[in-house]
Every structure is written in C-alpha cells, then in structure tokens.
Design a protein around this ligand. Sequence first.
Ligand SMILES: Nc1ncnc2c1ncn2[C@@H]1O[C@H](COP(=O)(O)OP(=O)(O)OP(=O)(O)O)[C@@H](O)[C@H]1O
Ligand SMILES: [Mg+2]
Length: 428
Amino acid sequence: MTLRDIIVGRTPEDLELFGEKGTGYIGNHYVGSKKEAHLANKIKIDFLRPHLIGIFGKRGTGKSYTLGIIAEELMELEENIRKNIGVLLIDTMGIYWSMKLPNKKDRKLLTEWGLEPKGYSINLIIPQGLEKKYTEMGVEYNQVFSITPKEISFEEWCYILNFDQNSEYALILNKVLDVLKEEVYSIDTMINKVEELFENEKEANIVKAKLEMIKQWDLFSEDSSSLRKLVIPGKINILDISQLGLELGGWGTRSLIVGILARKLLMYRIESRKIEEQEKIYEENIRDKYADYVPITWLLIDEAHQFLPALGENAATTPLLQIIKIGREPGVSLVLATQMPYKLHSEAISQADLVISHRLTAKKDIIALSEIMQTYQKYDLADYFDAMPREKGSALIMDDNSERIYEIKMRPRRSWHAGESAIAIEEY
Ligand SMILES: Nc1ncnc2c1ncn2[C@@H]1O[C@H](COP(=O)(O)OP(=O)(O)OP(=O)(O)O)[C@@H](O)[C@H]1O
Ligand SMILES: [Mg+2]
C-alpha cells in the first residue's frame, strides 16, 4: 500500500483544485513517540500561494538547515511554476554559498531517502566594499549590492544615525532631505547642505559628524542595485550580509539593507502584479519591457529576530511588518527562522500560517507559539515537544491552512550545508 502524501500550507479547496502540483518534499511524517517513532508518509509544502512561515528551535536543532531545504524545494518546482518565482535568501551567517555544491558527504543517507546529492545554481550577492575580503576568503560572488543615499527614507536615516525622530538633529536632517528632494545626491552633498542651511547651529555639527562617519561605508554609490537584477528566477539568490556586522555599523547596516530591500520588493511587487494581470488579459509577455518588474518572491530570512524584534525596532522592522500585513495579494512570501519565538515580533508569530518548529524547551517560547494554533491543539504544546524524538531534523509542523499538527523528520539536504558546528578535531 502506498501512503498518501500529506500536503501542508494548502487549504482543502486548493487541494481539490491543484492536487500535488506546486509542492515541495520537505520530510516524512513521524508516527509514534520517542524510541518507537518511525517514518511514514511524505510531507510536502505548498508553494503556489504566498505564505508566512516561521521556523523555530533551540540552538543547533536544524533551523538554518530547514531554511535551506525550503530553498532547494523552490528550485525543484516544475519549470513553468519555477520561472515565475524569485527566491531571495538573507544570509546572516555566510553559510548558504555552499548550496552550489552537492552534499556528497551524506550520499548514503540521501540514498536511504530516495534522493541524490545535488548542487544548485546560486546568485551570491555581497555588499559593495567587501569584494576583496570575499576574494581572500576564496568565496566566489556573482553580484555586488550598493545603496544610493536617495533611497534611504527619513525614518531609516534616523535609525542608522541613532536620532530620535523628534530631536533637533532629526529636524535638521528632515529639512536637508526636503531640499534635496528631486536630485541624485551623495553623502557629501548632504553634508554641504547641512552647512549651508544650518551654519551656526551646534546640532548641525553632530549631524555632519555622523554623516562623515557613514560616508566611510563603502556601501554607497551613485545608483542603487536594481531589484530585478538581484532576484533572478530559477536561481537561489543569496544576499550575504554576514561580514557587515564585523566591519561597519553591525546590525544597523544589516537592517538598513534588509529594510530597503523589503520596502522595494513590496512596492515593485504591487506594480508587477498589475503587469501580470495585463499579461493575462492581452495574452502576451510584457514583463520584459518593465525595468522594475519583480517576480512573485519568497524572502527567506535567517536570524529573523534581529530584523523583527519583539521589543524595539530598526530600519527593517516596518518594511517587514508591511509585508506581513499586505504581502499576500502582491505575492510576497516570508520565511523567518529564529531561535526564540518569544523574541520575535508578535505580529510575525500571530500572522504565520505555517510553523516548522524544532525542539523548544523554554516556557516563554512555547507560550508564544501556543497562542497561534490553540484552536486545533489536542494536547499541551509542551507535551508535543516532549514526545518529539531527540534527533536532528525532527520538528512539529503547525498548519493553519488544514488546522493540523504533524510531527516531521526533515529530509537530508541535497546541497552542502556549511553551518556545521565548529569542532576542534579536524578528522571529524
Ligand atoms: N534534517 C536534518 N537531517 C540531518 N542533519 C541535520 C538536519 N537538520 C540539521 N542537521 C544537522 O544539525 C546541524 C545544525 O543545524 P543548523 O545549522 O540548521 O542549526 P540551527 O538551528 O540553525 O542552529 P543555530 O541556532 O546555532 O543557528 C547541521 O549542521 C546538520 O549537521
Ligand atoms: Mg542557524
């Protein structure tokens, strides 16, 4: 007897309509508890509709690995679906470049799962200014990402310069941005404008000094990176921001980049949706004529609490919350991986329609998760975690679309996972 595949993230109506089309194989259903647990049906995930997916679990339980499985499966979709989907992975640890290599070391394990090692086509994007560093590390990159001062909003300036939005400094900044409205400008132009407009004011010196500091970042250039070039369908587009924290303003710069990207992504997707609508009406391809066209996009973010914290906010918070609120219609999906759900913005948790949670033990985290899927939890969530086999890759899936909870063993990765813990002995 062949077991029926379980499809998560798909409503019963869509299941009727599409069957298994547009799904990805992420693992197998675990039946029985702890030592008696064995693997049963395949579990597949819906990729046809936009989703907000949370991936949780304690340190080293497999979150980054699982995020990689989702990226792999998006690449395994049939060509006529894949060509319409963009995947952008925000890599905070610098571990995803190795997805271009097949996971040879787990060949035996993969065979047991009916899979084979496989490398994927990646587009590795690094921030401008770090080219030399990557070359020295021996990591080949494909594109360089830069920002132009004009695309930074007033709020974002306040975050990166650490100004209260109601302060004198912020007022100066606001005035400068107002005057510069229609031009393409550099940080130097901004500094000159501060001088020109606020010659004798002592606050102006602070604003100038802070802008001078920012000027040192190599991230800025005359023109900004085109989102269309960054999000190439059929490739895993990886924005590696891992090295930024070390050299520049830490998480502040990382958040700025993620914030700008998220904001642009949503804006362009709203326009692109109209273009796709017209294509349907006139039955011809017009997307290639539009420089700002962006495909339906899956934005995958590791260490997501850094950008969407439960407390406080940064340059990425509002743009990501916007995607959470209105990303469904224009087709922006979010996959957020984080160790501690209670440290993630409550909106990100309450709006998640699918959760893949590896082992959690802290009460606060379990409570944060319990609140979403209460209605169809048969037992206390802590009991589910307790019954979970203590193997890497075991997780609970909470599916709001089918209102079910499953225990799953995530499948091994086809591509190389570079996120192994450091071990002090080389042979292991
Ligand atoms: N499904 C799986 N099958 C086999 N091994 C796995 C699986 N998931 C994770 N692992 C193993 O566990 C290790 C840790 O996984 P991963 O790097 O994803 O942890 P993490 O939860 O992201 O940790 P951190 O919180 O430190 O970021 C991996 O290097 C891998 O060897
Ligand atoms: Mg990780």
